[in-house]
Design a protein around this ligand. Structure first.
Ligand code: PBG
Length: 321
């Protein structure tokens, strides 16, 4: 008790604070999202995601090489296809945009960890994450397409696939398809607890994937529910998920901490586009210090229990940390 106990003693100097810091963000645990688009020499900056661009495969390779050289642990690939249709053909096309990007980046930076987002929303004309019939997103019909997408990513060289669609049973369907095609060594990082969140706004513009009608509340989690999120995690693990992803990160730190306490698999957290954009926008107006706010955000996500953080700050963080 005071005056014997004084917690300020270890806070007195930067060196003392550094010595006893419990949580550190390591650039090797960060994942940088990359957006592949058609064409060559294309680098299209994204409004709402300052510093992030859609890139054609040639430019994407340059970016991947730079990110790898900075020590960032992995990249997570998203694709913006030339054309979209009802069946999301571009998602599982052997020569689709993500498949092309995987082959090219693999050749340029062979040892870099390449993760892919497995979803249909960037490839469907209506922007939903599954097949639509009579205005409904049909669960079971979507599974086969998701499984084909995951297999085509594995064939093109993905180190792990990350299903983000929130269909029931997708992890089992993907595991079965990967195993029967000889990809039993490819892990599944399941976006198990993915909330229907307003914080994906800037991403949807970047990936051109906003739903043309309705919203995603019929398949993504209700933000009011934490126990249900843990059931999602449990089911995905039972279906064969190798790691879990919690998303969005900062609005779900309670779920992240609960998942950390309950499950011993690697846990990823996605520090999503809206979390990044809010800080960028405030910093641009001089309302807060971007670097401090970003490092504090990443530290909080780690402290809550994330092993790996997907973040648009990965590249800048590599210089800051
Ligand atoms: C695809 C997907 C989304 C994000 C990652 N994968 C969008 C969504 O579900 O609407 C969001 C990422 C971000 O906001 O940074 N389904």
């Amino acid at each position: 008790m005071f005056p014997v106990t004084r917690l300020r003693r270890f806070r007195r100097t930067a060196a003392l604070r550094d010595l006893v810091r419990e949580t550190r963000v390591d650039v090797r645990d960060l994942v940088f999202p990359l957006f592949a688009c058609p064409g060559s020499g294309v680098e299209g900056p994204l409004e709402g995601l300052d510093g992030i661009a859609q890139r054609s495969v040639d430019r994407l390779c340059d970016e991947a090489e730079e990110v790898h050289a900075l020590g960032v642990g992995a990249v997570l690939l998203f694709g913006i296809p030339e054309e979209k249709d009802e069946a999301a053909t571009g998602a599982y096309d052997d020569d689709g945009i993500v498949q092309q990007a995987l082959r090219a980046v693999r050749e340029r930076v062979p040892e870099f960890v390449l993760l892919t987002d497995v979803c249909l929303c960037e490839y469907t004309s209506h922007g939903h994450c599954g097949v639509v019939d009579e205005g409904e997103v049909v669960n079971d019909l979507s599974l086969e397409l998701l499984a084909r997408t995951a297999v085509s990513h594995a064939e093109a060289g993905a180190d792990a696939v990350c299903p983000s669609d929130m269909m029931d049973g997708r992890v089992g369907a993907i595991r079965g398809a990967l195993d029967s095609e000889g990809f039993e060594h490819v892990p599944i990082v399941s976006y198990a607890a993915k909330y229907a969140s307003a914080f994906y706004g800037p991403f949807r513009e970047a990936a051109d994937s906003a739903p043309a009608f309705g919203d995603r509340r019929g398949y993504q989690l209700d933000p009011g529910n934490a126990r249900e999120a843990l059931r999602e995690c449990e089911l995905d693990l039972a279906e064969g998920a190798d790691a879990l992803m919690i998303k969005p990160a900062l609005p779900s730190l309670d779920v992240l901490a609960a998942a950390r306490a309950r499950f011993d698999v690697p846990i990823f957290a996605y520090n999503v586009s809206g979390e990044y954009a809010m800080v960028k926008a405030a910093a641009a107006r001089g309302w807060l210090d971007e670097r401090q706010a970003a490092v504090e955000s990443l530290t909080a996500i780690k402290r809550a229990g994330a092993d790996v953080i997907v973040t648009y700050w990965a590249k800048e963080a590599a210089r800051w940390l």
